[in-house]
Design a protein around this ligand. Structure first.
Ligand code: EPZ
Length: 447
């Protein structure tokens, strides 16, 4: 649903559409959580490892998912959307070079390098490059692929990996990651799945999305032990067969929805949700005063009346997830008392502070730490989402603000949240997707 309102000059931004959020409304009801974006993307790449058809269920309808489908089809694969499932067919993979324009628009398509190399013995994938939250290096991926016997060069912004020898088959090896990189762990698990021999990945990432990938690979016939711990062992096999697999619920979307209840001081049920995937976040929500009520149907009801400040630092799983740092900061901006938020994963993930300040939040930053003095009421204003999660944080802030807030940066938001405004409006929010061109007055906002 789109309506235009011209009361605010859109910022210089590639996409000038925005969400107009009318604040101050209490929410009630249930928010349904979609499949995990950060799992579905890598599970799609894993389908390059098999010649058989693979069905992935519970795949969210997101622009990033479309981007990964384009990537797989550019390599000769076939991807068909059937409701909330994807049918992927890797039998026709006949290219080993990923197009620059696709990698540049979707960083996650760099995940193709591991399975392509394992399947074809060769892969040429452009460096994904940085983004607004950080430089996003991939040296851990490259180091690990070399440990599996690949010859890897980086020239003119392209990573070229090739497996020498007549078999062109990777060899198992021991890899110690310098940091528990989610992407590197996933790349190397996929590459090792078809290698000759056993691979050990030490200092592996523990994230639920890593475990989800391991579970899919095992369903395809891979032999993997230790996923979810810092030491993962992969015994390579000759081939992987098809599978029918459901993606886990999106813990970051679930956390975002819980924060929508908390910031509006409402009571909402969020489902499905796996508590173990959000342990640090749930603990912090209880610490600030939210009441959490778990039910037997995989849902969680959060109720909030008074919210007080706290300190948090983002960490690799099971610590507090960096992807919920910005949304949680929106809550802390409205909490009683002071808070301190430290971003320790990415080097530039506090850009939402300036946008929250435009809404009257009392925050100052020093290095990677934000010091927050909660205010009784934020005030609506035009704001810019600077990455996927910062955009979501601005929508949350708009829910709690006085007046209306125009959230720009929907090209980021739509990458990770399927129909966010539709889901929130169904529980009582008043959000309209607007473009600066079509005509409609402020009445376009739901009454
Ligand atoms: C994944 O990114 C997620 N993306 C990110 O979600 C998430 O924030 C991140 O993991 C951390 O949880 C997907 O899964 C598609 P990392 P990834 O490699 O794999 C450093 C979102 O909003 N590092 O674990 O790229 C890196 O610079 C997105 O949904 C190296 O130094 O994250 C960062 O500081 C944003 N060298 C830290 O590790 C490397 O070779 C974590 O990065 C690789 C990473």
């Amino acid at each position: 649903m789109t309506a235009a309102l011209t009361s605010s000059e859109p910022p210089l931004d590639s996409d000038r559409s925005f969400l107009r959020v009318l604040g101050g409304r209490s929410l009630s009801g249930e928010l349904r959580v979609s499949g995990a974006k950060n799992s579905a993307l890598v599970l799609m790449a894993a389908c390059l490892l098999s010649r058989d058809a693979i069905r992935l269920r519970n795949v969210p309808a997101l622009t990033d998912i479309d981007g990964m489908a384009d990537m797989l089809e550019s390599l000769g694969g076939r991807v068909q959307r059937l409701g909330d499932a994807l049918e992927l067919d890797g039998s026709g993979i006949n290219r080993t070079e990923a197009p620059y324009e696709l990698v540049n628009s979707l960083r996650a398509s760099f995940f193709c390098i591991g399975p392509l190399l394992a399947r074809m013995g060769m892969a040429r994938v452009p460096l994904p490059g940085g983004c607004k939250i950080g430089s996003r290096p991939v040296e851990e991926h490259v180091k690990g692929l070399k440990a599996l016997g690949a010859q890897v060069t980086i020239e003119h912004g392209v990573v070229t990996a090739a497996v020498p020898g007549p078999s062109r088959r990777l060899k198992g090896g021991r890899i110690v990651l310098d940091c528990p990189s989610v992407g590197a762990t996933e790349t190397l698990m996929m590459a090792a799945a078809l290698a000759d021999g056993e691979t050990l990945i030490e200092n592996a990432a523990l994230e639920p999305e890593v475990v989800d990938l391991a579970d899919l690979l095992v369903a395809m016939g891979a032999r993997i032990r230790g996923a979810g711990t810092a030491s993962i062992t992969i015994a390579g096999v000759d081939r992987l067969h098809g599978a029918d697999y459901a993606v886990i619920p999106d813990r970051i979307e679930a956390g975002t929805f819980l924060l929508a209840a908390a910031i509006t001081r409402s009571s909402l049920r969020v489902a499905p949700l796996i508590p173990e995937h959000l342990c640090a976040v749930l603990s912090k929500l209880e610490q600030v005063g939210c009441v959490l009520d778990y039910d037997d149907d995989g849902g969680l009801t959060l109720s909030a009346e008074r919210v007080t400040g706290l300190d948090l630092r983002t960490q690799p799983f099971p610590g507090f997830p960096t992807d919920l740092q910005a949304p949680f900061m929106s809550l802390l901006a409205t909490a009683e008392g002071t808070s301190m938020v430290t971003e320790s994963i990415f080097e530039n993930r506090l850009q939402h502070v300036a946008e929250l300040q435009r809404m009257g939040a009392c925050i100052r930053t020093q290095g990677h730490t934000a010091f927050i003095e909660g205010v009784a009421r934020l005030s609506g204003a035009p704001v810019q989402g600077t990455d996927l999660r910062a955009s979501a944080a601005m929508v949350l802030a708009g829910l709690a603000a006085e007046g209306s807030t125009d959230v720009y940066g929907l090209e980021y938001l739509d990458r990770g949240y399927a129909n966010l405004e539709g889901k929130l409006n169904a529980v009582g929010a008043s959000i309209v997707r607007c473009s600066p061109t079509t005509k409609a007055g402020p009445s376009a906002l739901a009454a």
